[in-house]
Design a protein around this ligand. Structure first.
Ligand SMILES: [Zn+2]
Length: 255
């Protein structure tokens, strides 16, 4: 019995520093994230604060670092800005073009209809989806593990060293996910300024091909809807579809 207690005590002693170093690295990670936020535009830093947990925050920070100077110009509209936009000539043009595409698709594919989601996705919607999407969570967890490994490498001394912060920023910006997250970081989705439209194929009230990643092969590629939608969009101001992540329904609008 005494011997068993001895072994437990020795194990506890051996593991204690390990636990401490993991805790202190997580702590360091938070500090690096704060430094990164300090260098971002105000609205972006505020959004980063509304993302749940270090893993998802890291994934968003990576996207913001990569977006660099384009952050301000592409930043998603608020609900009020979305409403203003619906009174603009640009919005009218988008609606007219979507209508032309729909008629062409339906002439080319009798019996089927094309649904276009022409609603901008507000910043609030993007934050709540990013915080709850499971696939985003999985990509974020991978990044989190690798970020902790990165910070444990020799040479990282302190978050107060500008060099160390720059080095960690480079690690984040260069990091490549094993598979792309299915959502853009909040604020930089092309849907946030109505620069992207998601289409769906319908037959009566039934959705034949929906905007669901799991059904891409079965409902889009195999039955030929990917190609048929592309054909209907030829010669229009829509560019696509999105390749990474692969979304045959997602087209960017480039007037
Ligand atoms: Zn989309």
């Amino acid at each position: 019995m005494a011997r068993r207690i001895g072994i437990v005590a020795i194990l506890a002693l051996l593991l204690a520093p390990l636990r401490m170093s993991v805790a202190s690295t997580d702590d360091a990670l938070d500090k690096y994230l704060q430094q990164i936020a300090a260098g971002l535009p105000e609205s972006t830093a505020a959004t980063l604060n509304r993302i749940d947990g270090a893993p998802r925050r890291l994934l968003a920070a990576r996207a913001y670092l990569r977006a660099g100077d384009t952050l301000r110009s592409r930043w998603s509209w608020t609900t009020a800005e979305i409403q203003d936009h619906t009174r603009s000539p640009e919005y009218r043009a988008l609606m007219d073009e979507t209508e032309r595409v729909r008629r062409r698709f339906e002439a080319q594919n009798p019996g089927y209809t094309l649904y276009a989601n022409t609603e901008a996705r507000s910043l609030e919607q993007q934050i709540s989806r990013f915080n709850t999407n499971n696939s985003v969570g999985r990509v974020a967890a991978t990044l989190h593990r690798q970020a902790l490994t990165e910070l444990a490498r020799p040479g990282y001394e302190s978050v107060d060293q500008a060099d160390d912060v720059e080095r960690f920023k480079r690690f984040l910006a260069d990091w490549r996910p094993p598979t792309a997250a299915p959502l853009a970081a909040p604020g930089i989705s092309r849907h946030g300024q109505l620069r992207a439209i998601d289409f769906q194929i319908m037959k009566g009230a039934a959705i034949v091909a929906a905007t669901e990643t799991a059904t891409v092969k079965r409902n889009w590629d195999a039955p030929g809807w990917t190609k048929k939608l592309q054909t209907a969009l030829e010669g229009s101001n829509f560019r696509g579809p999105l390749q990474s992540p692969y979304e045959p329904w997602h087209y960017e609008y480039d007037p």
